[in-house]
Design a binder for this molecule. Structure first.
Ligand SMILES: [Zn+2]
Ligand SMILES: [Zn+2]
Length: 171
């Protein structure tokens, strides 16, 4: 496949601190692509993009896959590489969220998955691993199309009020 820009694809501008999973999800939705479809475009087996979108799996594109992905997305390989942590850094398995951050910047940040950082460094509060209303685990960031719990529909940004109430009860 020649490495030329793909003018037929819609591009998604990466956000500051955005995780690879969240970015890939936005890129796929902008182009109506399933993860299996994107895998096929890259000449890969159908589950590979889903693996990339699961932060805790630590599966990353190899250099030639990264080059292709850069052509598809219009994002440099260096910028793409900055969307994940190096494989020697332990990650938290379930998807985590700081609702205060999300209220200001509605995307999944890669630092939320650092195993040894259970608190948001900006807001000094525990990161959530599940919805504080219905206790359902969060979906992979690549599926955060609407920014809400996929079971009870509580918006992520509103979860900080539930969290505040829970903290008050505990103290
Ligand atoms: Zn925060
Ligand atoms: Zn919920």
């Amino acid at each position: 496949m020649p490495f030329s820009v793909e003018p037929w694809l819609f591009q998604a501008e990466p956000y500051a601190q955005e995780s690879f999973s969240h970015f890939l999800g936005r890129f796929r939705r902008a182009n109506c692509l399933s993860s299996a479809h994107l895998s096929a475009m890259l000449g890969l087996r159908s589950h590979i993009v889903t693996y990339w979108e699961t932060p805790s799996r630590q599966r990353r594109p190899d250099p030639s896959q990264l080059q292709q992905l850069s052509q598809f997305t219009g994002v440099s390989t260096i910028r793409l590489r900055s969307m994940w942590m190096s494989s020697d850094i332990p990650l938290h398995w379930p998807t985590r969220l700081c609702p205060d951050c999300y209220a200001e910047a509605p995307w999944h940040q890669l630092t939320w998955q650092l195993a040894d950082q259970p608190h948001c460094a900006v807001h000094q509060r525990s990161l959530l691993s599940q919805c504080p209303c219905c206790h359902h685990a969060f979906q992979l960031p690549s599926y955060w199309a609407t920014g809400q719990c996929d079971r009870c529909q509580l918006p992520f940004a509103q979860m900080r009020f539930y969290q505040a109430a829970a903290e008050k009860t505990r103290s």
